[in-house]
Design a protein around this ligand. Structure first.
Ligand code: CAO
Length: 433
């Protein structure tokens, strides 16, 4: 294999210049004059272009290395013998005259009688002297921005000292495209967000990188859309479940042999149905300018599984008794943990409940599960002193966190929903009213 050493060309008086970006990787096919690395001194940013086309075989330096004229950048296998001819022509064309004729190519192994060939000069940009004022970007990045019609002044740099990288430019373009696609027909300014921070975590300590699970990827995309598109508000409230807990414990004792365990969540599902019947907007979905009021009550509950979050749905929960709901919840939770839920067991939900009660916490902000318009979060119940008018008495208090879509529901209505739910949970006889 015919391999050629590519070296740093004549870069004027600059010595020990740090490499700030390596723009190619082993296996890359590069064009003549394509930038290979970016160097940055106190005063200038320089791109070192390839003297000819070829395939990169090995990179000989890393970001952060300090280099001077003659430092080896990489080994390249040129595109055939024609490369030598092209190289010298290209070198003359590319030599800007700024820093004389560079000597950057040495062959490995040097074929007998073959002179080393010159390459193009480094392309140098004075720092902070770009066409867009104080934007700090290397020549190759500026060229990429120009080619894509991007004003570098609008790009936020994430490189060292705020330098704009190629990734920043592409992230900017992606951001603009995404905003334009997502923007409503009537217009809108778009989010115009900063690019996601790119951090080399290995700089700070050892790491272990693992791919996201399939469930996390799917639920993540859904959660992200819901969080960004729905104007969420969360109302926090508390329910006194002292008597309900006593009932739950008693029922569990009586049904010990049946194998069905009544969990607090099963009671809450029944209570939620009463609240949904009283406040039908919470059992609705937005469809353009219409609100679709559902005449059925399918309740989803968030289940934590080793692979991520899933939301099985208990269909027609209003028509089922506590025993059936408790049994179905246990079955669906088991299937969820085993990754065996079928798609239709996660579809058609009207309202979701996310219970962290078995784990802990006081309140949280659940994310609405679109196209639903509200979700109830349950945290861990705890004994608290409650003033009964004469004295403080110990009561078991269940925290309720209701997130709702402000396009559909108003704060007063949400407050009433929570208060009503708390009343039912406190006096469970009301659940059937
Ligand atoms: N307060 C205090 N204790 C509670 C409680 C509450 N609100 N809710 C449940 N508990 C207790 C239960 O009584 C049980 O105690 P015992 O074992 O002594 O009887 C224990 O906590 C464990 O309950 P559980 O979690 O097995 O049962 P559950 O019906 O409460 O929940 C399920 C079932 C599927 C919701 C749950 O297993 C789960 O996955 N929870 C996590 C949901 C989640 O991840 N939500 C976040 C979504 S957003 O990322």
């Amino acid at each position: 294999m015919h391999v050629t050493e590519i070296k740093v060309p004549d870069i004027g008086d600059y010595k020990g210049v740090p490499v700030i970006e390596v723009l190619v990787a082993p296996g890359d096919v590069v064009r003549e004059e394509q930038s290979l690395v970016t160097l940055e001194s106190d005063k200038a940013t320089m791109d070192v272009p390839s003297p000819f086309g070829g395939v990169v075989r090995e990179i000989k330096l890393r970001v952060g290395d300090a280099v001077s004229e003659g430092s080896v950048i990489l080994l390249m296998e040129p595109h055939g013998a024609a490369a030598e001819v092209v190289t010298s022509e290209a070198a003359s064309r590319a030599n800007t005259g700024l820093h004389g004729r560079p000597q950057i190519v040495n062959e490995l192994p040097e074929p007998a009688g073959r002179p080393s060939t010159p390459g193009p000069a480094a392309v140098i940009a004075e720092k902070d002297a770009g066409p867009s004022g104080s934007s700090h970007a290397s020549p190759s990045v500026r060229k990429l921005a120009r080619d894509l019609g991007v004003d570098v002044a609008r790009v936020t740099g994430t490189g060292p000292k705020g330098r704009i990288t190629q990734d920043d430019v592409t992230a900017f373009v992606k951001g603009v495209m995404t905003d334009q696609l997502a923007a409503p027909a009537a217009g809108g300014s778009g989010l115009n967000l900063l690019p996601w921070p790119k951090v080399d975590f290995t700089k700070f300590g050892p790491i272990d990188t693992q791919p996201l699970s399939r469930i996390k990827k799917i639920s993540g995309a859904n959660l992200h859309r819901n969080w960004v598109m729905i104007p969420h508000v969360t109302n926090n409230d508390e329910a006194d479940i002292t008597d309900l807990e006593a009932l739950r414990v008693q029922l569990n004792k009586e049904n010990e042999k049946s194998g069905v365990k009544f969990t607090m969540l099963a009671f809450v599902i029944k209570a939620v149905i009463s609240a949904l019947k009283k406040f039908p907007t919470f059992n609705a979905s937005l469809d353009g300018d219409n609100l679709v009021f559902k005449q059925y009550y399918h309740i989803g509950f968030a289940a934590d599984t080793p692979n991520g979050l899933v939301v099985p749905v208990i269909r027609d929960s209003d028509k089922k008794g506590l025993v059936d709901i408790a049994r179905e919840m246990a079955e669906l939770s088991k299937l969820a943990r085993e990754g065996k839920l079928k798609p239709d067991q996660m579809q058609g939900g009207c309202f979701s409940i996310s219970s962290l009660g078995g784990i802990g916490g006081t309140h949280f902000t659940p994310i609405i599960n679109a196209p639903e318009v509200a979700i109830l979060g349950l945290s861990k119940s705890a004994m608290k002193p409650v003033w009964d008018g004469k004295q403080f008495v110990p009561r078991l208090i269940l925290p309720l966190s209701l997130s709702w879509d402000h396009r559909v529901i108003d704060g007063a209505e949400a407050g009433r929903f929570n208060a009503y739910l708390a009343t039912i949970l406190t006096d469970y006889r009301r659940v059937s009213l």
